[in-house]
Design a binder for this molecule. Structure first.
Ligand code: COA
Length: 191
């Protein structure tokens, strides 16, 4: 990891160069969306207010982001009441640099906000293929039914698809967290 510069970029304090670096990496990994789509996602995240950390753990080589993630607070409703958790998304490593610890590095940086006690738990979705990667970092799968009571526009198929988790597996960190059973209201779109 010594070859890479690490920084945590606050969600509301990124430069144009930061935005281009992060959206460029996401676009290279998930090319189905446009640069504008990712730029808008970053702009929306910048509007999330609150005192909890929100932003982008990023490893770079020169100006290029080579590993990144996004974290932000989300208040959900569980059968035991409200819970503010650390949402995690956009975890990725540039394809030519995988398998050398950058993915684990960026996820550990994200989870360090839980380790420091700033967040109690992190919740995220992933694929069957990548779930073992997260398990090796101290996460576990959960099997609650998820809803989003704030589904924005039922006439918009993309908004509906993204309303609740669309990937195969939902996971929490840390594995030992006393996670509630039963239906969870994400109180906002999945991520
Ligand atoms: C998943 C991803 C972030 C992993 O990053 P990486 O830098 O290649 O992973 P690391 O080198 O840090 O690997 C850490 C450990 O996880 C393991 N691992 C990595 N990818 C894995 C996978 N897909 N399945 C199972 N284990 C995996 C590694 O073998 C390594 O184990 P070890 O410490 O015992 O050697 C990267 O492959 C990626 O960007 N994939 C495409 C985007 C994606 O799917 N992101 C996840 C969205 S939830």
């Amino acid at each position: 990891m010594k070859d890479y510069d690490y920084s945590f970029i606050p969600a509301d304090a990124y430069t144009d160069a930061d935005r281009d670096a992060i959206t460029g990496l996401w676009l290279s990994v998930w090319p189905d969306h446009s640069r504008e789509y990712y730029g808008e996602k970053m702009a929306r995240t910048a509007e999330i207010s609150g005192e909890l950390p929100a932003g982008y753990p990023v490893f770079r080589v020169k100006d290029a982001a080579v590993a990144a993630a996004l974290i932000f607070p989300r208040e959900i409703r569980t059968p035991r009441g409200s819970l503010t958790l650390m949402a995690l998304s956009g975890v990725c490593v540039r394809s030519d640099l995988r398998g050398q610890g950058l993915g684990a590095g960026v996820v550990r940086k994200a989870f360090s906000f839980v380790g420091q006690g700033l967040y109690r738990v992190s919740l995220f979705q992933t694929s069957y293929r990548v779930a073992p990667f997260y398990e090796s970092l101290g996460c576990r799968r959960v099997d609650n039914p998820f809803i989003n009571s704030l589904t924005p526009d039922k006439a918009d198929p993309e908004a509906l698809r993204r309303s609740v988790f669309w990937d195969d597996v939902v996971m929490i960190y840390p594995a030992g967290f006393d996670w509630p059973a039963g239906q969870i209201d994400l109180c906002g779109p999945a991520y």
